[in-house]
Design a protein around this ligand. Structure first.
Ligand SMILES: [Fe+2]
Ligand SMILES: [Fe+2]
Length: 263
């Protein structure tokens, strides 16, 4: 058994309010969990949708090791070239090969190599290729090149996320779900040793509707008419998970971190 290692994975960062929540809580989280690696889904980091190179660089400067994305990857044109240039930002691997960016990366710290793989679900999502065969291909490609593998399964349907957890059980250190912005209460280590949660939740304004100002979301829901959405700011929280790993490619624990940002 090797020395336990913690990986902190932060759920979808929504807008400046989410970024500030993460930055404000990070010193406490570092002290409490001493994470060797910090991974964050930042597909909503720029004003609620997408990401820009400047925001990605700020997150890296704050100590984020790897940024994962999702269906909002291509919202800002200025990020396209950056997605090809920067190794440590990943978009779903099962997008088309011709689309900007790449689906996995490897980071190393203190002799430990962590692979991070981004996947998108296919149900109610716009990923061009199938998630499950892509997971097989990526796991195969990373074999022998990493000590641990974290998979961000960005999907709408709980069934696909639960399925991916079982599919990769014993082949990845963790499979964590993102995209719905609502944390689920099913975090556990599966029998094969893979830490799993259906959705990590959102790092952003809990006072809105999954990140959108609630008056605007409610107007759209009630009237069924188009409404221009703005990002909410009320009641920012951080939603994350800490995965503890001891053996290579195996987790021994996963715990949720659901914290209000300090006021
Ligand atoms: Fe998403
Ligand atoms: Fe999201």
């Amino acid at each position: 058994m090797s020395e336990p290692l913690n990986i902190l994975f932060v759920g979808d960062i929504v807008g400046g309010v989410g970024r500030r929540a993460l930055l404000a809580l990070l010193p406490t989280l570092r002290e409490r969990y001493s994470p060797r690696f910090l991974i964050a889904n930042a597909e909503n980091a720029a004003g609620g949708v997408g990401i820009t190179p400047a925001i990605a660089k700020d997150l890296f400067a704050a100590g984020v090791d790897v940024i994962t994305l999702g269906n909002h990857t291509y919202r800002h044109r200025e990020v396209y070239a950056y997605l090809d240039e920067e190794d440590r930002i990943v978009r779903p691997a099962n997008f088309l090969k011709s689309q900007p960016g790449h689906g996995s990366c490897v980071v190393e710290r203190d002799g430990m190599r962590l692979g991070v793989l981004s996947l998108s679900g296919n149900l109610f999502m716009n990923a061009a290729r199938a998630a499950f065969p892509e997971a097989d291909a990526a796991v195969y490609a990373l074999e022998g090149k990493v000590d641990h593998l974290l998979v961000d399964m960005h999907a709408e349907a709980t069934s696909e996320k639960v399925g991916m957890g079982w599919y990769l059980d014993g082949r990845a250190t963790a499979v964590v779900g993102t995209h719905t912005h609502v944390a689920t209460a099913d975090a556990r280590v599966l029998p094969g040793g893979t830490a799993y949660v259906t959705d990590v939740g959102m790092t952003g304004p809990r006072g809105g509707v999954i990140g959108v100002r609630r008056e605007l979301a409610l107007e759209a829901l009630a009237t069924r008419m188009p409404v221009k959405f703005e990002t909410a700011s009320e009641d920012p929280w951080l939603n994350a998970v800490v995965i503890t790993a001891t053996e290579p490619m195996r987790a021994s624990a996963i715990q949720q971190v659901l914290e209000p940002a300090p006021t």
